[in-house]
Design a protein around this ligand. Structure first.
Ligand SMILES: CC(C)(COP(=O)(O)OP(=O)(O)OC[C@H]1O[C@@H](n2cnc3c(N)ncnc32)[C@H](O)[C@@H]1OP(=O)(O)O)[C@@H](O)C(=O)NCCC(=O)NCCS
Length: 158
């Protein structure tokens, strides 16, 4: 994780966390994540390349809103594997799990208006764009407009 994406400032450009300064920062984060698995409402996956088992990215539920049965998603991946449709594949698989196994009613995600490639992931996974929240987010580049996308349970039947 450290070598493949968490230390890369190009990967974290539009994210809310800074590139990890050393491998110990990654190890410490991973032990925190592993502990949180004790809580049945925590969902966080590593993406492995099928052929080699190499860890190339991460997709997670960044917020589970129980009162509306909504999961908000976040994801990032090693630059070496961008442009192969891998994150849309992962997002589709995770959405199936969240609807079918966890039982959520809505899966949503947002991206900085200046990071349209993340919006392409949402489109390709079958989410619909819903709207733009102006100056509603903050990432490593400062305050930004957020483009929201979602799939709701009834979209899947159509
Ligand atoms: C966003 C991200 C997950 C996309 O994953 P991916 O598996 O490359 O997704 P895709 O292969 O479907 O490509 C999505 C878009 O990225 C762009 N893209 C493709 N290859 C690229 C490359 N080598 N370099 C830059 N952008 C590229 C294209 O616009 C593509 O859309 P298209 O298929 O309509 O041409 C990945 O770029 C990433 O990890 N970015 C950094 C973290 C991030 O921004 N996360 C989202 C925060 S909201």
């Amino acid at each position: 994780m450290y070598a493949n994406w968490a230390s890369d400032p190009e990967v974290t450009r539009f994210l809310t966390w800074q590139p990890h300064p050393n491998v110990d920062a990654t190890k410490s984060l991973l032990s925190d994540w592993i502990q949180r698995y004790e809580d049945g409402g925590y969902f966080n996956w590593v993406m492995e390349l099928k052929e080699t088992g190499k860890a190339i990215g991460n997709i997670s539920v960044v917020k589970l809103k129980e009162n509306t049965e909504t999961a908000d998603m976040g994801y990032c991946m090693s630059r070496a594997y961008w442009g192969k449709g891998l994150m849309p594949e992962a997002l589709r698989a995770v959405m199936d799990f969240l609807f079918d196994v966890v039982g959520v009613n809505r899966v949503a995600a947002c991206h900085d208006v200046n990071n349209p490639k993340s919006g392409r992931v949402m489109d390709k996974a079958g989410m619909k764009q819903e709207g733009i929240l102006r100056v509603a987010g903050r990432n490593n580049l400062g305050i930004c407009d957020e483009v929201w996308h979602a799939m709701i349970r009834s979209d899947r039947k159509n």
